[in-house]
Design a protein around this ligand. Structure first.
Ligand code: PBG
Length: 314
């Protein structure tokens, strides 16, 4: 049954195509040239110009969707640039929609951590603890600004309780009834986000363990997934991917809505570094990891290899 490539292709249970991949992109305010991210080989903090070019190149390979992260020049305690209609993320969303129209899917990461001077995903109370409900009010504003700028999907990634319901209500009230919510539903407090902190010039000291999930908890992850679906999530996500494939499987078994998984920065950088040393073959391993994530039940995967994989599969 395994003797020829044709026979193997005939019986392959899991397929991987460009349409299963989402390419994350970073845009930075106030830089004249794209800045390479040292810990994520091949990835950059883009200018609006280089973002436009990069997105159109990636789009031509058959990748359908993009996840945008904005890095503002000015951060404050509230993260107010996140909902500024002329803030960097909103300007970049307009550029992407201008370039791609409705032929591709533009997703906006919806969070405060890139915008707050303390680096947390929410605003802080007088004891420097993240204030869940005060944060929801900001998330509603961000969602509306992102929808107004043209995001097809918003992706709340802050793990605040009630964030999906609050955002849905905010979007509907503002008339954005068609804007889709892709919830980072089961997001774990993970060391694998390390390189991402450089990618978004994060100012966080400390960790996010008071709002992101504990690595030991799979049952709780399913509870989070169910809560988000009940609140109106259109797509649910598990993140990171490789160390949480059991959670992807379980979520996919119970979810009536599509399930996404995020192969995060540390997963990408770890394999890229080993490959750069000649210890493993990048292409073989990248394809193997993405196939595994699909096999675990993810309908699609966010990955920094989106464009490479689309080219390999062509
Ligand atoms: C939060 C956010 C993070 C990532 C995506 N959205 C960082 C965090 O929660 O600390 C990580 C993505 C990656 O590591 O590739 N806005």
């Amino acid at each position: 049954m395994r003797r020829t490539p044709a026979l193997r292709a005939l019986i392959r249970e899991t397929d991987l195509a460009p349409r299963h991949l989402v390419a994350p992109l970073f845009v930075k305010e106030g830089v004249a040239e794209p800045l390479p991210i040292a810990s994520m080989p091949g990835q950059s903090q883009h200018t609006l110009e280089s973002l436009r070019k990069e997105a159109s190149e990636i789009a031509s390979t058959g990748v359908l969707a993009f996840m945008l992260f904005g890095v503002p020049e000015r951060k404050d305690a509230e993260g107010s640039q996140a909902w500024n209609p002329n803030g960097i993320a909103q300007r970049a969303l307009r550029v992407l929609r201008e370039e791609l129209g409705d032929d591709h899917v533009v997703i906006a990461d919806l969070c405060l951590d890139e915008y707050t001077d303390h680096g947390h995903c929410g605003v802080l109370d007088e004891h420097d603890q993240v204030d869940n409900d005060a944060t929801l009010e900001r998330y509603r504003r961000i969602a509306t600004a992102q929808a107004e700028a043209g995001a097809h999907l918003v992706g709340p990634s802050g793990m605040m309780d009630g964030q999906v319901a609050a955002i849905r209500e905010g979007l509907d009230t503002a008339g954005y009834t068609d804007t889709v919510i892709m919830a980072y539903a089961a997001k774990f407090a993970s060391g694998f986000y390390g390189p991402f902190r450089e990618a978004v010039s994060s100012s966080l000291s400390g960790d996010r363990r008071t709002y992101q999930q504990d690595a030991g908890n799979a049952r709780e992850a399913l509870h989070e997934v169910r809560l988000d679906i009940d609140e109106g999530a259109d797509i649910v996500m598990v993140k990171p991917a490789m160390s949480y494939l059991d959670v992807v499987r379980a979520a996919s078994d119970i979810s009536p809505v599509p399930v996404a998984a995020y192969q995060v920065s540390g997963e990408f950088s770890m394999i890229s570094a080993a490959a750069a040393n000649g210890w493993i073959d990048l292409r073989t391993v990248a394809l193997e990891t993405l196939t595994s994530i699909r096999r675990a039940g993810a309908d699609f995967v966010l990955t920094y290899w989106a464009v490479d994989v689309a080219e390999w599969l062509a």
